[in-house]
Design a binder for this molecule. Sequence first.
Ligand code: FES
Length: 164
Amino acid sequence: MTWTVRLEPIGVTATLADGQPLIEALVDHGLHVLQECGRRGMCATCHVYIEQGMAQLSPKNRREERTLAVVTTAQPHSRLACQTKVLGNGVVVRVPQGMYLDVMEDIEALIGRRTEQDLVHPITGEVLVETGKLITRSIVDQLRATRIQVSEYLRQTREASFSD
Ligand code: FES
């Protein structure tokens, strides 16, 4: 059995097999999802908002609840796409605006240019660099420091999840 899922604001309809994680629909349609934690529900780089059809999704597990609790942009209808299985038709997903902090080389290449969209923190969803801001060397250095914090956070979370 397959289900259709609507992705907004790009206006795409994706098809997923019963029980397939929502993240597959995002990746299949070329959306850049960083998947920093390897789809283990620990990084929130696959955070999406469910506009319709919450009842057609698998319930949140404990890890997803814990991760969403530290995402500053999370709302009651937030889900982590890697942890969310689609179980029926009628799901409408809104992908958050903004580009997650990605490979540092890509950001280095932006020095001297203006951001075309917000750069957001991969864990908290906080906006690090707003749209239209000029990327300078010092911004890149700050982003690099954030990147190190993110790796450290994921390492600690991974260790904590093994001792659960
Ligand atoms: S990919 Fe990390 S939480 Fe989904």
